[in-house]
Design a protein around this ligand. Structure first.
Ligand code: K7E
Ligand code: CUA
Length: 625
């Protein structure tokens, strides 16, 4: 620079400034150009669905991209009174009495390593559960777990390329089986678990596949291999030091922690061959006794994310306390496994040598956490400490080609179809932990922040900022055309045991203290709209919405109670209500459905105990003109 003529230096500065301009969406023409790229005209739809985890809110937020509009929230591990999730009998049973979850990682189902739009899985870390959301109706249809022996399912669910399995691993090791123990006996009595949960290819039903006993490290994140690495799943860990107190110091001592490589086909085979011990109802493989299922290899400095590139050739790990992403070659891993080349063994798990599997180090910057990919051979790594995303070349010379600032302290990032064999390379969304000054002040708890970034040009370009509610971790983005959700539930296909399909079937049945009300909801009345019961009765309202028109949902709310639910067109739901005290209790449609929505109401007449009522009462007996 010193020998440069001043004018050349000035030109260089100007050129540099010009190069920065596309990244600066906050001024003048740049802002206008960016606004056009997120603008979805009224009446038109977004190109992508984004599924963003709700963290300790226990649900999933659905956004449209590129508009960044919040479209809906899917309740998963947390009750949602507006729609009656956790209030009607089926969803209440599914939640099993739990009312919160900590949802970190949405995992879209895949076929051939590409999102297929059938299901979305998501973990509840705290109770080691996995939920399946059906993308035909955006409803949670199964909650599997608590998974036995496993404590804190954080590395979860990360589906395999044909959704053969979803996985879970212990973030906090505990005794296996859990029993009274001294924390000081951590190294001796505590164990981690990696669980492979089978997914039924026809309907997505999850069931226990296998468990593998692991050293008591903090198993952190995972990713499934694809292409050449299909059949293997990779798990990072921290605290290979085995600390059980003051982790911030004691778990950051060692230069290296590990990635575990699980051959899930071999694990299932070993279980099917009877080589597992049943512990807590799960078949558990002990690597000290069963070989050829799991290996470790060293990774620097308390890694967090592990991400397999679209080709399936490279495994990329982010050392939180390192300024680099470490890349490993699957070809080398497979060769070391085949050659049985181990440098040591930890609790029966063979350890491959770092030099035998290592491929490259990419100097991305400070605090790397997670990596996503595009369609042009580039990777994007979130940098928590630098509040940046680094773009780098997957393959020699493994260099960083671009960086962009984000606001602030990014955790995960979501690229369009970024976990598949064919990312679309259009967008990445930064999921930031702190928003600080980006939005109107709403008191000490600020919203989280997210940023939409365009990947289509030579440099990353910030397009838009949007707040999110507590607290996204990971998210996935899928092309909208892959999803074809129902607009109504076809009445003739209803398999609900208490569905009614004709108005004349609406009725009340009484048997002892149990009353079953087969209630019809249709614009703009309930039938029957007078329900007579006795004090002390257990009343089950089976409400069918007989509508077949788009977007005509009815509500069913009972006064002075916690009972409310929403019934969508063609749907039947059951709600239990206890007739505590004689008197009159109104009920009403709680979801605005039509001009006469206010009139959509009824009365429960609670009679004194022992009042004689007909065993069956048909609604039309009263309503008939
Ligand atoms: Cu990085 Cu739970 Cu995937 Cu938060 S995790 S960021
Ligand atoms: Cu039905 Cu409001």
């Amino acid at each position: 620079m010193k020998r440069m003529l001043p004018i050349v230096a000035a030109a260089a500065v100007l050129a540099w400034l010009a190069a920065q301009a596309p990244g600066c969406a906050t001024s003048g023409g740049g802002a206008r150009a960016a606004a056009q790229k997120v603008y979805v005209p009224p009446g038109e739809h977004d190109a992508y669905y984004g599924f963003i985890s709700g963290g300790h809110h226990g649900n999933v937020y659905v956004y449209g991209f590129p508009s960044c509009r919040h479209i809906t929230t899917i309740p998963v591990f947390t009750p949602e009174p507006a729609v009656g999730y956790g209030y009607d009998e089926d969803s209440k049973a599914m939640l099993g009495g739990r009312t919160w979850g900590d949802a970190h990682h949405p995992g879209l189902s895949e076929t051939d390593g590409n999102y297929d739009g059938r299901w979305l899985f998501i973990n509840d870390m705290v109770s080691a559960r996995i939920a399946r959301i059906d993308l035909k109706d955006f409803k949670t249809r199964q909650i599997y777990g608590p998974i036995p022996n496993l404590s804190a399912a954080h590395a979860c669910p990360f589906p395999t390329p044909n959704t053969e399995y979803v996985f879970a691993a212990s973030r906090f090791s505990v005794p296996v089986p859990n029993r009274p123990a001294r924390v000081e006996d951590y190294g001796k009595d505590f164990r981690g678990i990696i669980a492979g949960i089978k997914v039924d290819p026809a309907d997505g039903t999850m069931s226990m596949g296998f468990e593998v006993l692991m050293p008591p490290f903090a198993w952190d994140l995972a990713d499934a291999g694809k292409g050449p690495s299909h059949g293997y799943t990779f798990f990072t860990c921290y605290n290979s030091e085995g600390a059980f107190d003051s982790l911030e110091i004691k778990a950051s001592q060692a230069e290296m922690d590990y990635i575990a490589v699980v051959d899930w086909r071999a694990a299932q085979k070993a279980v099917d061959a009877g080589q597992a011990d049943m512990i807590g109802g799960a078949p558990v493989l002990d690597p000290a006794k069963v070989k050829g299922v799991v290996w470790l290899f060293p990774v620097p400095k308390s890694p967090h994310g592990v991400d397999v590139d679209p080709s399936g050739k490279y495994v990329c790990a982010s050392g939180k306390l390192q300024a680099e992403v470490s890349v490993y070659s699957f070809e080398k891993i497979a060769a070391a496994i085949a050659a049985k080349k181990h440098e040591s063994e930890i609790q029966g798990v063979p350890v491959l040598a770092y030099e035998d599997v290592f491929e490259a180090k990419v100097p991305v910057g400070l605090g790397p956490l997670h990596t996503q990919f595009d369609d042009k051979g580039y990777a994007y790594t979130s940098l928590f400490l630098d509040s940046q995303i680094a773009k780098w070349k997957v393959g020699p010379p493994w260099d960083v080609v671009d960086k962009i600032d984000v606001y602030y302290s990014i955790g995960h990032l979501m690229a369009s179809e970024g976990d598949t064999r064919n990312p679309t390379g259009e967008y990445v969304v930064a999921l930031d932990k702190l928003s600080k000054d980006r939005y109107l002040n709403v008191g000490p708890t600020h919203p989280e922040a997210a940023q939409l970034i365009d990947l289509r040009g030579p440099r990353m370009e910030l397009l838009y900022d949007f707040p999110t509610y507590l607290e996204p971790h990971y998210a996935q983005m899928i092309r909208a055309e892959k999803l074809k959700p129902f607009t109504v539930y076809p009445l003739e296909q209803s398999k609900h045991p208490h569905a009614i399909k004709r108005a004349e079937d609406a009725r009340i049945e009484r048997k002892g203290n149990r009353v079953d009300v087969y209630l019809l909801a249709v614009r703009t009345h309930f039938s029957p709209d007078i329900v007579r019961v006795n004090e002390g009765d257990d009343v089950y309202f089976h409400v069918t919405n007989l509508e077949q028109d788009d977007d005509i949902a009815h509500g069913f709310g009972i006064l002075w109670s916690n009972c409310n639910m929403q019934i969508e067109p063609g749907e039947t739901k059951t709600m239990h209500w206890k007739a505590e005290k004689a008197g009159i209790i109104p009920f009403y449609c709680s979801n605005f459905c039509s001009a006469l929505h206010q009139e959509m109401q009824g009365f429960i007449e609670v009679n004194p105990r022992g009042t004689v009522l007909a065993a069956v009462e048909r609604a039309e007996e009263k309503v008939a003109p």
